[in-house]
Design a protein around this ligand. Sequence first.
Ligand SMILES: NC(=O)c1ccc[n+]([C@@H]2O[C@H](COP(=O)([O-])OP(=O)(O)OC[C@H]3O[C@@H](n4cnc5c(N)ncnc54)[C@H](OP(=O)(O)O)[C@@H]3O)[C@@H](O)[C@H]2O)c1
Length: 249
Amino acid sequence: MENMLKDKVALVTGASRGIGKAIALSLASQGAKVAINYSSSDAAALEVCETIRKNDGTAEIFKAQVNVEEEVEAMFSSIEEKLGSVDILVNNAGITKDNLLMRMKTQEWDSVIDVNLKGAFLCTRRALKGMMKARYGKIINISSVVGFSGNAGQFNYSATKAGIVGMTKSAALELASRGIRVNAVAPGFIETDMTASLTDDVKAAYMEKIPLKSLGKAEDIAQAVIYLASPMSDYMTGQTLHLNGGLYM
Ligand SMILES: NC(=O)c1ccc[n+]([C@@H]2O[C@H](COP(=O)([O-])OP(=O)(O)OC[C@H]3O[C@@H](n4cnc5c(N)ncnc54)[C@H](OP(=O)(O)O)[C@@H]3O)[C@@H](O)[C@H]2O)c1
């Protein structure tokens, strides 16, 4: 199916690379006007934007730290001016600062909570201004398999990814009466920069545990996001779609 999201305005946070990039490209291929948010990779964000434009899509880049309130406010104002009010919000920006719990620095805890949870809070709250008025909206939060299974060395990160699920359910309850659907996607092990630094041994150990015997691709996650952003999922809210090759059931 094509053009399911024609003229909808979609903001994807952390869309310069990896999963966010794949989501931005897929949303654009369905006719959405895409706001590409990122933190520092100017050239990469511009490349995503150019790719969309070359394919006759509409896109703009917006550099902003999702965890800084003033930057989020400025980003939304600019999106509204250039593209229109946000109909679809994908809270994808996320970071890891892995360490064993005994050695985890307070700063490693704080920064991951800040970007992964506060960032999603700030963007969601600001997006509601327009969505409430429109009595329509789709919010898609990117969680992770480790928010469900836990993971040694990811005490901070797994807390945020479980937190995302709680946020998703609470927002779904609050916003259903306004026609705003809120769902989450929980990816398993996906090949991106975030997982590139893991050693071959760690990757092989994961592979052992994945029944489908392959790592996921960013495009696998993008397809699930398209489903959640489109009218195909209109009777769904407060749910999490798990895409992990069977790693966690
Ligand atoms: N890869 C996996 O296996 C996996 C599995 C489960 C869940 N996830 C989740 O999927 C999401 C995307 O992961 P990924 O693997 O694609 O990550 P990635 O390749 O490391 O890309 C992260 C993206 O987030 C942006 N970002 C980081 N901090 C930001 C901030 N403060 N404000 C705005 N943007 C910020 C980065 O922008 P810059 O390029 O400018 O730095 C980049 O675009 C994350 O929420 C992650 O937790 C990933």
